[in-house]
Design a protein around this ligand. Sequence first.
Ligand code: AHR
Length: 618
Amino acid sequence: LIVNASDGSGRPIPDTLFGVFFEEINHAGAGGLWAELVSNRGFEAGGPNTPSDIDPWTIIGNESFVNVETDRTSLFDRNKVALRLEVLCDSKGDNICPAGGVGVYNPGFWGMNIEQGKKYKVVFYVRSTGSRSLTVSLTGSNGVGNLASTVITASASDVSNWTKVETILEAKATDHNSRLQLTTTTKGVIWLDQVSAIPLDTYKGHGFRNDLAEMVAALKPRFIRFPGGCFVEGEHLRNAFRWKATVGPWEERPGHFGDVWMYWTDDGFGYFEFLQLAEDLDALPIWVFNNGISHTDEVDTSVISPFVQEALDGIEFARGDPTSKWGSIRASMGHLEPFDLRYVAVGNEDCGKKNYRGNYLKFYSAIKQAYPDIQIISNCDASSHPLDHPADFYDFHIYTGASNMFSRANAFDRASRSGPKAFVSEYAVTGNDAGTGSLLAAIAEAGFLIGLENNSDVVSMISYAPLFVNANDRRWNPDAIVFNSFQLYGTPSYWVQKFFSESSGATLLNSSLQTPPSSLLASAIRWQSVDKRNYIRIKVVNFGTNTVNLKISLDGLDPNTVHQTDKSVLTSANVMDENSFSQLKKVVPIQTSSEAVGKDISIIVPPRSFTSLDLSKQ
Ligand code: AHR
């Protein structure tokens, strides 16, 4: 490999090159990155009509002690369903309540992770026909064991109307599979609604699960595309993500059933929270909005204007003055300053749909007129032929087998150098080659990424998909980060991405493999760390099954300026090896460091491996 490493050589890589794509899929947000522990907190998931299913809420006590049903008496207009408990037993008299009382419990999303010494904020709305005390507790999965509890006592006058209760529980012990219980031993009728439990300690104090957010932050994403994916489209338009239903006080949000990935979300993680997350990650938000097209129905272009207005309002929400109609709602949610929204995507994977172009043009012209600086992303691929409509970027998605992915390293070699730039917003090896996250998939993707890096004059942004999977709800395989209530790990694909995070805003050095085996790919960059140290990073992918002795010549480099070389290798005994909860680090990069090396380096590149060499310069 010959690298032109002389100072001043190379060309700049876009600042935005590597980012992440967050979609509400696999319970990535609800029951994942969003730290809310209660599932179906407003009792709305069973639908707006009553009686309805309250799953996963479960009744404590049998019919001789308590009757539980839903009614439509909620305080909140957009989510009218509330839980009504008619308590038949009492603490004295003929029908004494069972020990521990009667009521309901919520197991969260496959168990709540409660940790000793941590504090949890519990909020709920209550109404009652008489005075009562209500025990709020965090217990083991079978209701046994008191991790934390408090008793709320209220006189009849206090709770004859809906009343908000807030309490902080501090856990005395750890249980990764606990539940929240609300119980009473007082006869009468009690209503509950909008029950929330959330750890006090969340990422930057904004409601995100720390460990998962930190795992994303470690990728140093320069952008975050959200909230989908198919989640934005919906199987039917009535179930699409519509941003206006996800902002404002959490108690008032209606929530919705995502009918592509088939689960309910309370939409606590709404449009505002996405924008906040982007800011907290120091990443630019890329908002994908619904363009009047779902998987099965489409709004005709002649009547698309309400959707266009909704998109304009969404931009105003993010960027508008706090005195503007939608900017004022953002401000009321605690973010006076505008968010740095510069990019929007018109729909997701809708290019082939009947009304796409017609609708797109309406969105394009209205947005450009109101916000000329907003960059607009089209769903239509322009990698092999020009677009027939104006755009700043075109979206490119690829899910394929390992060999095909590796061979796509040159997918953009012949793409037009003029016109819109490519946003490779979803890529992954899928199917048998990938399993639930194999080394083979990661190596093939690394090859693809090297090709994209070398084509970063036309490829401006890249993100893997999907980002997260809650292992209890695998809707899509593989995914970059796997988690349950308390554990998490990166798949080999996650680890490959980490080595590309320094490329955003770096300098691409001219490099060429001499007589390369077709299974070897490489790239070289010059980059600077936050503490202003200068590095040269060489990345090499060996997709083949033979070991390669690779000689690297760093032309123009003064060897005296290099004082350390760090080599990281990602490989494993078997190409189908994966990480798992029992072996979190089976396939992770292994780093070795050595003293300064000369301008000619020889490395042994193992078969089926990814290698990164960092030469730190003085
Ligand atoms: O990443 C999973 C899905 O793949 C996305 O929702 C969609 O855009 C694509 O088809």
